[in-house]
Design a protein. Structure first.
Length: 173
């Protein structure tokens, strides 16, 4: 299986189609920022089902700690992947060209049967999926936890700066 790799990957980012890339590369971007290794590729539940089974079954033995799976419309990739591995799977619903209004993608990934969970982020929530994946990796890598602490401290600083700007009516349009 050929994929885009950053050394030994700890996160596997998969998507149902290359058309999902603009959302899924947001997960890759934040993982890069946090210095978490990842791989990224296309695995379609409907068009390449054997590849999906192969990827999901081999992921843990390859050293992957968490899978981030994005799909739109009849979005079966995250749930089917979760059914084939004990690794945590984060699902990213995508408002794709075949999605009616995004709700079909959300509900296809969110409403899993009991026993087969998928941690579902918001519609087009690639960035949060990447952050959540990093948080899972951080449970066994203190240096990643340290970088996440800095990341979250920066979020707080931005809000604190915006409070001052709002209270003094200095927000530019
Ligand atoms: C899903 O169908 C994919 O994950 C994508 O979101 C959507 C549309 O795929 P393309 O027709 O653009 O390849 O399986």
């Amino acid at each position: 299986m050929n994929m885009k790799l950053s050394h030994q990957p700890h996160v596997s980012i998969i998507m149902g189609s290359s058309s999902d890339l603009p959302v899924m590369e947001q997960a890759a971007a934040v993982l890069s920022e946090l210095n978490v290794t990842y791989e990224m590729t296309v695995v379609s539940a409907h068009r390449t089902p054997e590849r999906m089974v192969e990827h999901a079954k081999a992921a843990a033995d390859r050293g992957i700690k968490v899978i981030v799976a994005g799909a739109g419309g009849a979005a079966h990739l995250p749930g089917m992947t979760a059914s084939l591995t004990t690794l945590p799977v984060i699902g990213v619903p995508i408002h794709s060209s075949n999605s009616i209004d995004g709700w079909d993608s959300v509900l296809s990934i969110l409403q899993m049967p009991s026993g087969v969970p998928v941690a579902t982020v918001a519609l087009d929530g690639g960035k949060n999926a990447g952050i959540l994946a990093a948080q899972i990796v951080a449970t066994s890598q203190p240096e990643v936890a340290e970088r996440l602490n800095t990341f979250k401290a920066n979020l707080k600083e931005k809000v604190m700066a915006s409070i001052d700007a709002v209270e003094n009516h200095r927000i530019s349009k």
